[in-house]
Design a protein around this ligand. Structure first.
Ligand code: GLN
Length: 191
């Protein structure tokens, strides 16, 4: 069977667990290094990227997750996207630096800090309700990155090999097609 972890330090954790359980995967919450053992993939949830980074360092999980990601699929949502980016606009350095993407934090401005929008996501759905909460977006991507969704000229979902990411919260509706897409990635990667 397929076992997927959800980084459980901060943010929208339970909802990701429920979404992943709907795919038939076994799901584990990751708070310690040993929780990574036996996992086939990992979700990095939304929340606050700077807080999550601080907790990753504090719990000694930063390097182990970087190493895990070299050999397993990872899906980062919202703050998870920021953690996965190789470049964060206006910031000295990146965090996990897994994907060749350049991101802008809190990118949709104050008036529309949080909103919902129907999205076309390549390979996933053409009517996916994206929940954006103080969301980032991707300013530009490297040539190995496949753009999966664009909303008002802004890149809001992308894939690079075994890495998947989106700017919104796919766990906050009952539509779990994006989690199913990740489950399929994890299963294919394992085989
Ligand atoms: N604004 C948050 C950050 O910069 C991300 C928001 C979210 O994950 N919903 O980390």
């Amino acid at each position: 069977s397929i076992k997927i972890g959800v980084l459980g330090l901060q943010g929208a954790i339970r909802e990701h667990v429920w979404a992943l359980e709907s795919t038939g995967a076994e799901v584990a919450i990751v708070k310690k290094i040993e929780h990574l053992e036996g996992l086939d993939g990992l979700v990095i949830p939304g929340g606050e990227s700077t807080t999550m980074r601080r907790l990753l360092d504090q719990y000694g999980l930063f390097e182990p997750i970087k190493a895990f990601a070299q050999q397993h699929p990872v899906f980062g949502t919202c703050a998870g996207l920021i953690l996965m980016a190789q470049q964060i606009e206006g910031q000295k350095g990146p965090h996990l630096a897994l994907m060749d993407i350049n991101v802008r934090r809190n990118a949709f401005g104050r008036q529309v800090a949080s909103f919902e929008a129907e999205l076309v996501i390549e390979g996933v759905a053409d009517d996916f309700m994206g929940v954006f909460i103080r969301a980032p977006y991707i300013l530009n991507v490297g040539q190995d990155v496949q753009v999966l969704s664009v909303y008002e000229d802004k890149i809001v979902a992308a894939r690079q090999g075994h890495f998947l990411t989106c700017a919104f919260h796919p766990e906050l509706t009952n539509d779990y097609r994006f989690h199913h897409y990740f489950y399929d990635m994890v299963r294919a990667y394992k085989e």
